[in-house]
Design a protein around this ligand. Structure first.
Ligand code: PGA
Ligand code: ZN
Length: 777
């Protein structure tokens, strides 16, 4: 028979829904995941009846089914208390029988959202309403021990969702198994609120009082991002089903996500956005190749299209749902772009204020004083950062305020530290903690000079970076992830010094930096391993020759070379001695730091005993680049030699990365001008050259607007501070330069990048792809 068994009719009589002796009219409806559903028309009431499938089954299955049934009753009852219009009313239930009765919502008044979409009736307002309601439901269950206990249904969720969707797909797409499995694992272990587990247009009815949620059989105390991703996934797939409505569906996607994320109050909206964004491509692929494919995608070409897009995203995981939407539409997915890489307006919480700003004197890797700042917020979250210090500084960079006088060779920072206590702290106290732009603007205005000469760029950069750390701490995220919020994190290609020269090594060789770029490495860890071998080999070569004088300021070998060419020669030998192919596994980068060689209008190569004109220097550097596998040249001409820079870039810019360091001093305006005049094609970004995080971000945005390569860089005077590594990863900057392989202030950075690489678990791209093209061209 099609109707419910006698024991169920008994139950209905017991609870008064069916009169004694009455045989109600019963009509079967299409069922849920594992249930029968009937409409029961009794004399007094019309209602729905839902029960776990009464098939002959092993006891364990039956138990699982009845558990789902009571989970749904619990979810519907709890949501009804929050908003009675959002669910059908539960009329009665019998957990032992695995059955419950609920209000019947007739199709004449309640149409399913899916039916409506299929008809091509797409209402953006409906999507926004669903987003708002879902957020309200998630919020009401959040962080509640009672909910956690009541919806402790992880094993059912695993069986009904993680297994058939993510893990089954991992078995089909073996190469993506690590990422799919780690997404499943992350979802299983994220326990924040009760997720519905099956939020899809099919399970949402639209009545006169808004969306009504059905089918909460998979509800579980876990990750709300699953619901958001699950529902958004349907909207994307519907663009294939109803292509004529693509624009409206995409608008609905944005509206649903936007209204949901606006109301997230149990965790930073960026965090749930990030998790949903990573789950989305997995669910897209699962709806093609998992155990529960969508019925309306039948054509192989359409399926392949979805596969291709989903796979690409899983290989390079998106960080926001907006990014998924853009990738789905075939638009470029890129880094944070021009929206301002430090702006996270969604995270600015009005109540969270700067409570304390502390400055102190600490010491850098050259044994000189430098400035540390610490910021404590009203909720106790805090951040700390230390200003680094350059030796071959550009004359236009933010000025390090030094005390002068006898102590420490005039390099004391007492004045800068005092400025933090006396001027900066009172100005920042009470400001919204997470509004980095406002904080940095205040610092700039307070200083009032073009190069931060009054308060000191060392004071402002330490405070600015400390504020950023405090914000990330308040958001409960590692800094790199906090910064990545709206874009894609990238593991930078390291650029590592093997020989130090110029101002960093007693000018034993004129060129300042001889670096390797391990372009053949596939991972950051692999790049480090390659470099270790080259560094060791270079040391052995120098020791064999008897020309080793220890390490230079940035940890590279302090060499004794008679010429630049000899240094380049030795570097190539070191690469070979390490068993690597020069130019293929490891290429060379140099920093000429030519401002340091400038003598009037000429360039003095003191170690080589010759002086060159600007044009001769261009020729000389280009000659090195022809002779050796050099892919990147920094400051080939001096900061005041724009003509020379333009000449050099004009002649080599199509095959070399031409980096402006002293020439650009991390200034958005100088970068824009240099892009216009084609004086460089890449920029070294040093936060302390700019003086604040926001100005550094603006410089990055200007470089991106010009289509340039970007490199985040440390200074020759450094400390254990690792902020720049987080900036590089979080902002998706493709390269990182922090000196050599030796000395703790350098390894602090490299090792931090290794930890982040591990945390990203293969989900972020590595390096600057354009670098590899430079060399293979
Ligand atoms: P600096 O040198 O930190 O001494 O200015 C680094 C560089 O020129 O890249
Ligand atoms: Zn430089």
């Amino acid at each position: 028979m099609n109707g419910p068994e006698p024991d169920i009719i008994d139950f209905l009589r017991r609870v008064g829904l069916v009169a004694p002796g009455e045989q109600p009219d019963v009509e079967r409806l299409p069922g849920g995941v594992s249930s029968d559903i009937w409409v029961v028309r009794a004399r007094q009431h019309v209602f729905c009846l839902k029960r776990a499938l009464p098939r002959l089954r092993v006891a364990a299955e039956w138990l699982a089914d009845t558990l789902r049934n009571s989970t749904e009753v619990a979810w519907l009852s709890r949501v009804a208390r929050l908003n009675p219009d959002a669910v059908p009313k539960v009329l009665a239930s019998d957990p032992a029988l695995g059955v419950f009765a609920m209000e019947y919502l007739p199709p004449s008044d309640y149409e399913s959202w899916k039916t409506r979409l299929a008809r091509g009736e797409v209402s953006v307002e409906t999507a926004a309403h669903v987003g708002r309601q879902l957020a309200a439901i998630h919020s009401s269950f959040a962080q509640s021990a009672t909910s956690a206990a009541e919806f402790n249904t992880g094993s059912a969720f695993h069986a009904l969702r993680l297994e058939p969707y993510l893990l089954a797909t991992a078995r089909v797409h073996r190469d993506l198994a690590p990422v799919l499995e780690s997404l499943a694992e992350r979802t299983a272990s994220t326990k924040l609120t009760v997720a519905h587990g099956d939020v899809s247009p099919k399970n949402i009815l639209l009545g006169s009082r808004g969306p009504v949620f059905l089918d909460a059989e998979c509800a579980w105390f876990g990750d709300p991002a699953f619901d958001l991703a699950f529902c958004l996934n349907h909207l994307l797939l519907k663009t294939v089903w109803v292509p004529s409505c693509e624009a409206a569906l995409v608008e609905s996607f944005d509206a649903l996500a936007g209204s949901y994320l606006r109301d997230v109050d149990w965790e930073p909206a960026g965090a749930v956005n990030h998790r949903a964004a990573t789950l989305l491509p997995a669910l897209l692929l699962a709806r093609i190749d998992g155990k529960s494919p969508v019925e309306y995608l039948t054509e192989e070409s359409a399926k392949n299209d979805v596969r291709r897009k989903a796979r690409a995203m899983l290989q390079n995981l998106p960080t926001s749902v907006t990014e998924v939407r853009s990738a789905w539409l075939g638009n470029a997915v890129g880094g944070p772009g021009l929206v301002g890489p430090v702006r996270r307006p969604g995270l600015i919480r009005p109540g969270l204020l700067i409570a304390q700003v502390i400055g102190r004197r600490v010491w850098d890797s050259r044994g000189r004083p430098t400035v540390e700042a610490e910021i404590v917020l009203s909720n106790g979250a805090w951040g700390r950062a230390i200003a680094p210090s350059g030796a071959s500084t550009g004359s236009n960079e933010a000025i390090e305020l030094r005390d002068g006088g006898a102590p420490f060779g005039g390099l004391g920072v007492d004045r800068a530290v005092r400025n933090i206590a006396v001027e900066i702290a009172p100005a920042l106290r009470g400001m919204p903690a997470m509004d980095q732009e406002a904080i940095d603007r205040r610092l700039v205005e307070l200083d009032g000079t073009p190069q931060k000469a009054r308060l000191g760029g060392n004071a402002t950069v330490a405070v600015s970076m400390a504020a950023l750390h405090a914000s990330a701490a308040a958001a409960g995220e590692p800094l790199w992830r906090y910064l990545a919020g709206g874009g894609s994190p990238t593991l930078p290609m390291p650029m590592i010094q093997i020989f130090g020269g110029g101002a960093h090594a007693g000018r034993r060789v004129d060129v300042q930096d001889f670096l390797i770029v391990p372009i053949g490495a596939a991972t950051f860890d692999g790049a480090m391993a390659m470099t270790a071998e080259v560094y060791a080999a270079a040391g052995r070569i120098m020791a064999d020759r008897g020309t080793l004088h220890g390490v230079a300021d940035e940890g590279g070998w302090w060499p004794d070379f008679s010429s630049t060419v000899q240094a380049l020669d030795t570097l190539v030998k070191a690469i070979e001695r390490a068993g690597l192919k020069p130019g293929i596994d490891a290429a060379i980068a140099i920093d000429v730091a030519a401002s340091q060689l400038r003598h009037g209008t000429r360039y003095r190569f003191a170690a080589e005993g010759r002086e060159l004109t600007s044009r001769e220097l261009v020729d000389a550097v280009l000659q090195w680049c022809r002779q050796y596998p050099i892919i990147s040249v920094e400051d080939p001409l001096a900061e005041d030699d724009g003509d020379g820079m333009r000449l050099f870039t004009g002649r080599a810019g199509d095959r070399l990365q031409v980096i402006g360091d002293d020439y650009l001093v991390t200034s958005a305006a100088r970068i824009a001008a240099a892009a216009q005049s084609r004086a460089c094609n890449a920029v070294l970004l040093k936060p302390n050259q700019a003086g604040t995080v926001t100005e550094t971000a603006a410089a990055l945005a200007a470089a991106r607007a010009a289509g340039w390569n970007t490199i985040i860089s440390a200074r020759s005077g450094e400390t254990e501070d690792v902020t720049i590594v987080h900036l590089a990863v979080g902002w998706g900057v493709g390269q990182l330069k922090v000196g050599s392989f030796a000395r703790g202030e350098r390894t602090a950075k490299w090792n931090e990048a290794l930890r982040i690489e591990e945390a990203l678990a293969g989900t972020a791209p590595f390096g600057e792809p354009r670098l590899r093209r430079l060399t293979t061209a």
